[in-house]
Design a protein around this ligand. Structure first.
Ligand code: ATP
Ligand code: MG
Length: 374
């Protein structure tokens, strides 16, 4: 069931266009992340759903109802702001129940809900403290508690972890996700951190310049990025991008003679490869794309290896126990499905029918796997 529907929503302030014709749907009980760089319109979109801004055009439905002109409470949404904005003079308990008491909720009902939320968030022992007596993570949980106690249809979070250290962020994003799944809360979560988005979301909506660049499950954005922008934004280590050109047997990496087994015209296209998809064969007999190791970044479990191919570089991720030396000659291979091809001008993904019409090296057992030979 669709819990939130955003239909062709636009928001402009004078000349500034913050959000342009954005449409998406959020299923009940799903966690949807609005992801994107600073200024792309994430907060504005969230604030329009919360009722803090009215769209210039378009419509928003929550629980099947057009919510134009309704307050946040009437829409059934609760919001957690980036700055948690706790009242410094109120205790944790009073901070959490503030909204309920403003609405005149009976005391017994308030106490029952406070008890439930405090035990969910592990705040039971802290209820009489003031915010200044809490750690950042504990304050964050109070802010979350204030949203959860409303028992709203939809919970909106705007960069809720941005003020915290790396370890706390990691702990809290697990806690928030677990809580959201356990209680079946519909959540819309804003962040510019792709790791946060990838690890928490049922769906990611990646925005750019007020528009949606791609909307899909995390794996879809990772495995089939719709554009160069998505390919750059999603994924841990950066993708390598190589200009393609037309060779005698198909698309080749510009400036090399290695034929690429891709049934596409090379000129005007860019090949994208994720480091984790590139395998490194150490040794002189490597029959793959010849390359030379120019840098190694050892990370423990694995290493990022930068390899020069002509005057271009490709990054590969190798196991920590099998790291080549700087200066070594290596051969690089990857699965055809790992080769992402984009149009250089439009930035859009070019779909590549694997194997179609391209010559295959006959005696090579690795042909099924390797998309490239030298
Ligand atoms: N009240 C306003 N008046 C005029 N322009 C605004 C207003 N609020 C936001 N904007 C502009 O709208 C655009 C989108 O802003 P928004 O706050 O939605 O971005 P964001 O994706 O949340 O960015 P960040 O990651 O930095 O928080 C920006 O160019 C911003 O300057
Ligand atoms: Mg913002």
């Amino acid at each position: 069931m669709k819990n939130v529907v955003v239909r062709s929503v636009t928001k402009t302030w004078g000349e500034t266009s913050a959000v342009a014709d954005v449409s998406f749907e959020v299923e009940q009980g799903h966690l949807v992340v609005l992801l994107g760089p600073s200024g792309c319109g994430k907060s504005t979109t969230l604030r329009m759903i919360a009722g803090l801004e009215e769209p210039t055009a378009g419509a928003i439905e929550i629980g099947g109802k057009d919510v134009r002109g309704l307050t946040g409470a009437a829409r059934g949404v609760a919001m957690v702001f980036q700055s948690y904005a706790l009242f410094p003079h109120l205790t944790v308990a009073d901070n959490i129940t503030f909204g309920l008491s403003v609405r005149g909720t009976p005391k017994a009902e308030m106490a029952r809900r406070l008890d439930k939320v405090a035990s969910l968030l592990g705040l039971g022992a802290l209820l009489v403290r003031k915010p200044s007596q809490l750690s950042g993570g504990q304050q964050q949980r109070v802010a979350l508690g204030r949203a959860l106690i409303a028992e709203a249809l939809v919970c909106l979070l705007d960069e809720p972890l941005s003020n915290l250290d790396a370890q706390l962020r990691q702990d809290l994003r697990r806690e928030i996700r677990a809580l959201q799944q356990r209680l079946g809360i519909t959540m819309i979560y804003v962040t510019h951190d792709q790791t946060e988005a990838m690890s928490m979301a049922d769906r990611i909506i990646l925005m750019r310049g007020g528009r949606i660049e791609q909307n899909g499950p995390p794996a879809a954005l990772y495995e089939r990025p719709a554009s160069l922008f998505v390919a750059r934004f999603v994924g841990g280590a950066p993708m390598s991008f190589l200009d393609l050109d037309d060779g005698p047997q198909g698309a080749v990496i510009a400036g090399t003679s290695a034929p690429l087994m891709l049934p596409v015209t090379g000129r005007g296209c860019v090949l994208g490869l994720r480091p984790e998809d590139v395998a490194v064969d150490i040794g002189e007999n490597a029959t793959r794309l010849h390359a030379r190791v120019t840098a190694v970044e050892y990370l423990g479990a694995d290493a990022l290896v930068t390899c020069a191919v002509g005057d271009r570089s490709i990054m590969a991720r190798t196991p920590g126990g099998a790291v080549p030396q700087v200066g070594a000659s290596v051969g690089l291979t990857w699965n055809p499905t790992a080769a992402h091809v984009f149009d250089k001008t439009s930035g859009e993904r070019v779909s590549v029918a694997s194997g179609g019409g391209m010559p295959q090296p006959a005696s090579d057992s690795e042909t099924q796997k390797g998309s490239l030979y030298a």
